[in-house]
Design a protein around this ligand. Structure first.
Ligand code: 4AD
Ligand code: MG
Length: 467
């Protein structure tokens, strides 16, 4: 069993002119059908959406006995000759000469039956769902997009930096942190003022899982000029929605000597690059999503890749919403945060495609965003897309020390917690910008999958951390 020597089913299926060569395939049985003197089954090894069909004709007794153990879900090894297939939809099939069941799957208890299962049910069996068409395709798309993301940045001279997962600072200042502690939950040490004494905790102070690598990425951008992170982030947001996870992956580029316009250009080029790569590199899986999950998906993505994104200000967005005559669940006026219903309306009905919104009121955005000369708005930017709303959040960063100190105070945060961040403005400060792309939101957008829990292998969300 040497994985480097076995041929994957995707490659067998791509054989244009089979010459009855002897091949071996391995994988999991998807379906089986017995007929007189004939046994058909399909094997999938995850290398592609398609299965390879295996046919045994008039098997001798020993093989027939082994074929009886071949059931949906079993892992098998088959040897045979690769032949042209008369069946439609496949070029080749294996005419079996030997078969071995590696691991049986009893038909009466195997949870993946031939019928279509709901995504809700499949979430309960996340250890088996990658063996379905949809989840195999999601896994391959996720892999392809990861690779394309690295390629985009590497080809543009960005350095990949690893930012910490455990941190003592709240990068977003929104207080949605998971605490990391080794103190006993039932009997923690108490300080004189009656509060838990975190000085006696592992790190000697309160520590948390990171909500964003941005502040650390800024440190490296202010030394290496162009950097990006790609790692897990954590938010204890109590949002039980189809677009929020407690653990999600984020890609965060950060660029020195770059203003908000350069940041928008980067975000747009980046999204177009990875989507274009996906359309060509995962054509079979994308065709599956187009027919089974979201009709017209490929055409829509192609249009996105080819047309410029609309760029509007927050003020224009509010005007478009208030003059639309539409009644929203959350009424809009200048100063209010845009909700996902507003973001969807703007992208789906007003502009018909992705939109980049800039110039948000400072009160609804994070403390680090550069304040505009009007003293009211900041150089934040959100990239909004149809079906989802926000997919990217970013900004030009406040590079002026005094202004940043004031913004930290105004946001109810403490300067001492951000002393090193402030030092970047004290020594060789430079205009710089960056953004964060929620990786699962990108996959949702690219596949049409409705629920964010179905685009990450093991979703962590409110009241959900199985597997
Ligand atoms: O807009 P956010 O909060 O921005 C930041 O974290 C910045 N520090 C990024 C930066 O400028 N470097 O989050 C960025 C993106 C959102 O646009 C969204 O796509 C995704 O992260 N996101 C989530 N995805 C899944 N589940 C959640 N709970 C998410 N919260 C944010
Ligand atoms: Mg945001």
């Amino acid at each position: 069993m040497n994985p480097a020597q076995s041929i994957r089913i995707r490659d067998l299926l791509a054989t244009q002119q089979p010459t009855a060569q002897l091949v071996t395939a391995q994988g999991w049985v998807r379906t089986k059908r017995d007929a007189k003197h004939l046994c058909f089954f399909e094997v999938n090894d995850g290398s592609s959406l398609s299965n390879i069909q295996v046919v045994f004709e008039n098997p001798e007794d020993a093989i027939a006995a082994e074929l009886a153990r071949v059931q949906t879900g079993a892992s098998v090894w088959v040897t045979g000759t690769l032949e042209p297939s008369p069946a439609k939809g496949q070029n080749v099939e294996i005419h079996g000469t030997a078969v071995e069941v590696i691991g049986e799957a009893p038909a009466d208890s195997y949870p993946l039956q031939k019928k279509r299962h709901s995504f809700e049910y499949l979430r309960e069996i996340a250890h088996l769902r990658p063996r379905t068409n949809t989840f195999g395709a999601v896994a391959r798309v996720r892999n392809r997009l990861s690779f394309a993301i690295h390629r985009f940045f590497q080809e543009r001279d960005f350095f990949y930096v690893h930012t910490p997962i455990i941190t003592a600072s709240d990068a977003e200042g929104a207080g949605e942190l998971f605490r990391v502690t080794t103190l006993p939950a039932d009997n923690p040490p108490i300080a004189e003022d009656g509060s838990v004494d975190f000085r006696r905790d592992f790190f000697g102070k309160p520590a948390f899982l990171t909500v964003s690598g941005q502040l650390n990425a800024e440190i490296y951008a202010c030394a290496l000029e162009r950097v990006y992170t790609f790692g897990p982030t954590f938010r204890a947001e109590n949002s039980n929605t189809t677009r929020h996870l407690a653990e999600f992956w984020m890609i965060e580029p950060e660029v020195a000597f770059c203003d908000i316009d350069g940041n928008m250009d980067l975000a747009e080029d980046f999204l177009k690059f990875v989507l274009r790569d996906l359309l060509s590199g995962c054509a079979e899986d994308m065709a599956f999503f187009d027919t089974r999950i979201q009709t017209g998906l490929i055409e829509t993505l192609q249009k996105v890749v080819e047309s410029p994104f609309r760029r509007i200000t927050y003020t224009e967005a509010v005007e478009a919403l208030t003059s639309s005559g539409r009644t929203f669940e959350f009424p809009v006026s200048w100063g209010s945060d845009l909700q996902s219903e507003h973001e969807k309306f703007l992208t789906e009905e007003v502009y018909g495609g992705p939109v980049i919104v800039t110039g948000y009121p400072k009160e609804i955005k994070a403390f680090y965003m550069k304040l505009n000369d009007d003293g009211k708005t900041v150089r934040g930017m959100d990239v909004l897309v149809p079906r989802l709303g926000e997919i990217i959040g970013g900004s030009e960063r406040e590079a002026d020390l005094a202004t940043l100190e004031r913004r930290i105070d105004e946001s109810g945060l403490h300067r001492e917690d951000y002393w090193w961040y402030l030092d970047l403005r004290r020594y060789g400060s430079v205009p710089h910008s960056g953004f964060g792309l929620g990786f699962e939101r990108l996959i949702q957008y690219a596949t049409g999958m409705q629920n964010i829990r179905d685009v990450i292998p093991f979703p962590r969300a409110v009241k959900s951390a199985e597997f």
